[in-house]
Design a protein around this ligand. Structure first.
Ligand code: SAH
Length: 216
């Protein structure tokens, strides 16, 4: 089956799975997912699975990307977003189609560099990249209107709570591998309110950074 046809099937499936936000659907339609993975795996690009992207990491399942993006937009479109876990850059690309500016942080140098090259080739210019430990957020541009984390810590990092604007929301999977809760945490003047969106399975959020390596 042609990749374009598989992309159409993915779009149909997202609608059946309950994704409704027109701008989210438009962004998922506009970004070719197969450009974010190894060409040898192109035929799996549009399936409803996570896939390996090198360095023991994975690109998230299309439904989860759409679900997390929708969750960020429930109070309108935030002007900027901090993303922790650039990975291959697929979620970053979807966000960049919707939001004025994206700040994205990745702890593995090879992944950061490749994602940047891909996103620049797609003509997406409203993204700032940072190679560093996302446990600490990215203080230089804080506070953020929204924060999305695509790897799971065992507890919500306090730096991320601190770097969230009042009225902003943080979407984050929390817990051990295989039993994580996807949380939406909203900051108000009086504190933080938490709600459970789903149960998910992400790779762990890990501390520190990994420099350039030859092996991918
Ligand atoms: N949204 C990405 C998901 C990649 S998997 C995609 O669709 O491709 C999660 C990513 O989070 C991995 O690339 C991993 O290296 C990164 N990560 C894990 N811990 C991190 C940390 N402390 N800071 C920044 N990135 C981190």
């Amino acid at each position: 089956m042609k990749l374009q046809h598989q992309h159409e099937r993915m779009m149909q499936r997202l609608r059946q799975q309950g994704i409704q936000h027109p701008a989210v659907l438009q962004a998922m339609q506009a970004i070719p997912r197969h450009l974010f993975i190894d060409p040898a795996m192109s035929s799996f690009a549009y399936a409803d699975n996570a896939l390996p992207i090198g360095q023991g990491q994975t690109i998230s399942q299309p439904y989860i990307v759409a679900r997390m993006t929708e969750a960020l937009l429930t109070q309108g479109i935030p002007p900027n977003v901090l993303e922790i876990g650039t990975g291959c850059g697929y979620q970053t690309a979807i966000l960049a189609k919707l939001i004025r500016h994206i700040y994205t942080v990745e702890r593995i140098k090879n992944l950061t560099d490749k994602a940047r090259e891909r996103l620049e080739n797609l003509g997406l210019e409203n993204i700032s990249y940072y190679y560093g430990d996302g446990y600490l957020g990215w203080r230089d541009h804080a506070p953020y209107s929204a924060i999305i984390v695509t790897a799971a810590p065992e507890q919500v990092p306090t730096a991320l709570l601190e770097q969230l604007e009042i009225g902003g929301c943080l979407i984050i999977p929390v817990g051990e591998r295989g039993q994580q809760a996807l949380l939406k945490i909203t900051r108000s003047r009086s504190g933080y309110q938490q709600s459970l969106l789903d149960y998910v399975s992400f790779v762990p959020l890990q501390k520190g950074t990994i420099g350039r390596t030859r092996e991918d």
